[in-house]
Ligand binder design. Structure first.
Ligand code: B12
Ligand code: SF4
Length: 451
């Protein structure tokens, strides 16, 4: 029997202004799926974010729908696999599935990704199969068995991938490989923590590639992709201290001469890590999220806020001392936030900054946005009862309008309503002005601070 033809689609997103940054041509999760499916089928890829862009109003959405119908009509495929990766892509995914139902009604349709995992019911009647969690194994199984299409949508739990695809990523075969751009690699999957606003916890156990495999993946990616920046896009980079130490040592020895970027927690980095990072061209993003002990408890960030904050302060000092450019991220207006907790976080950060004459660190902040699949979503009633939290657009991803604004319309608590939600901004500006005065030009450039 001829191998089935699979069309793997990244659907783009409607009205995602303010979210997602520049369009990344080479999306690593798509390369991972492509690599797995190519072993069992003829796999073609269509990245509509690259081909058409991100529609920013109703007119562009209508034009997008027409173009998608034409593009799907020009291709022949037995299986349409769509990545509804974040919730931002829900309406674009729906548009792709509706177009396929018209121009390729016989094709088996499969959807997966973070949104599909958080809200499989959103695809009832739109797709044949919804895969939750990691998609490689379930997608390959479906393509190999080509199940008969039923009248209702079937939800299939994806098996955690054995990581065997990671070092093998087929960069060369992936049709949207663009050299010289930033590109990500995943050295681990899942996360051992379960912060309240993040949905990584529902994706299953945390596991990392063995260090030698991880280094092999880095070396091969640098050689083949020649990225302007290699991003360790793990949900939580270096969760295990011994793995992290061995990997950083190996990376120094590798001497690839590449710019690296990693994102990690505030309580994972220590002096030895900072000393190794100083030998690399590496920028670090740190998710501190809050410095108010009460908010850290509500966000389920850590078991002991005092230890968490002390570990962060020591890491920040070590990174400064070693000149490692780093940016600390705060999240304000999470459910439960009050003016007092905002003030606590700001005064902690201010004390930290006031104690410095020079720094390689920046501090940035954003306002909370509601995402399905997180603990806040799963236990919303508890947050409503305890704090008076109100999520004003609980299904924002289905709405027509600016998604960041719609998702951010959340009343944190009965003590901090919509009118007081900008309270944090003045304090942050004060902090950033101080940092601008003591940051080296090198660190400022590295973390992208424009004065
Ligand atoms: C790396 C990353 C990014 C990178 C993207 C890299 C890329 N795609 O190449 C960047 C920095 C660009 C990014 C941007 C954003 N991100 Co982000 N990001 C992550 C992060 C840290 C890691 C993802 C990861 O571990 N991937 C590992 C791979 C192996 O797993 P995967 O991506 O889930 O892919 C598997 C499955 O989803 C599934 N799958 C996916 N597609 C399909 C399709 C089919 C057919 C099938 C069967 C399966 C399937 O199979 C894949 C392989 O196993 C996560 C998690 C986190 N804790 O923060 C957030 C996360 C995905 N991001 C999130 C968000 C919200 C964003 C942004 C909106 C920014 C923001 N404000 O947070 C933008 C939006 C980007 C956009 N245009 O849509 C949310 C999504 C939540 C939701 N319900 O939508 C997450 C979960 C964080 C959170 N808040 O909980 N992000
Ligand atoms: S925010 Fe980071 S540490 Fe917390 S659960 Fe998500 S990935 Fe893990």
């Amino acid at each position: 029997m001829a191998r089935p033809r699979v069309l793997l689609v990244y659907p783009s997103s409607f009205r995602s202004e303010g979210w997602g940054g520049a369009v990344l041509p080479t999306k690593t999760h798509m390369v991972a799926l492509y690599t797995a499916v190519s072993k069992a089928a003829e796999c073609d890829v269509l990245d509509l974010e690259v081909e058409i862009g991100r529609p920013a109003d109703i007119r562009e959405e209508a034009a997008f729908a027409l173009e998608v119908r034409q593009m799907l009509g020009e291709r022949t495929f037995d299986v349409l696999a769509v990545s509804c990766w974040t919730s931002l892509s829900y309406r674009a995914t729906k548009c792709v599935l509706e177009a396929a139902a018209i121009v390729r009604p016989a094709a088996l349709t499969i959807v997966g990704g973070y949104h599909a995992t958080a809200r499989p019911d959103d695809f009832e009647g739109l797709a044949d199969i919804v895969v939750t969690g990691e998609g490689e194994s379930a997608l390959v199984d479906a393509v190999k068995s080509m199940p008969k299409r039923g009248t209702s949508t079937r939800v299939v739990a994806g098996r955690p991938s054995p990581m065997e695809y990671a070092p093998e990523l087929d960069w060369e075969g992936y049709p949207y490989l663009v050299r010289g751009w930033p590109v990500g690699v995943y050295l681990s999957r899942g996360c051992p923590f379960s912060c309240s606003f993040c949905m990584e916890g529902v994706k299953g156990d945390h596991r990392a590639l063995p260090v030698d495999e991880a280094l092999r993946l880095v070396a091969r990616t640098v050689e083949v992709v020649e990225p302007s920046q290699l991003r360790f896009s793990d949900a939580c980079f270096g969760a295990s201290p011994s793995w992290r130490r061995d990997f950083l040592r190996g990376l120094v020895d590798l001497g690839a001469g590449t710019e690296y970027w990693a994102e990690t927690r505030a309580d994972l980095i220590d002096e030895a890590d900072a000393a190794l990072m100083a030998k690399l061209d590496l920028r670090l993003d740190i998710g501190l999220d809050a410095a108010s002990p009460e908010m850290l408890e509500i966000m389920a960030k850590c078991a002991d806020p005092a230890t968490y904050l002390d570990t962060y302060a020591a890491a920040d000092a070590a990174l400064d001392e070693n000149g490692v450019p780093h940016a600390t991220y705060l999240l304000f207006n999470h459910p439960g936030e009050t003016r007092q907790t905002v003030a606590e976080t700001l005064s902690y950060m201010e004390r930290l900054v006031d104690g410095k004459d020079a720094t390689a660190g920046w501090i940035a902040a954003q306002s909370y946005a509601f995402f399905p699949g997180s603990l806040v979503d799963r236990e919303l009633t508890r947050f409503e009862r305890r704090f008076g939290t109100r999520v004003l657009n609980p299904r924002w991803w289905t709405m027509q309008g600016p998604l960041l604004e719609l998702a951010s319309r959340v009343i944190p608590s009965r003590h901090l309503t919509l009118s007081g939600k900008n309270f944090w901004k003045a304090g942050m500006r004060r902090l950033q002005r101080k940092l601008e005065g003591i940051m080296s030009d090198e660190a400022r450039n590295a973390v992208g601070v424009k004065v």
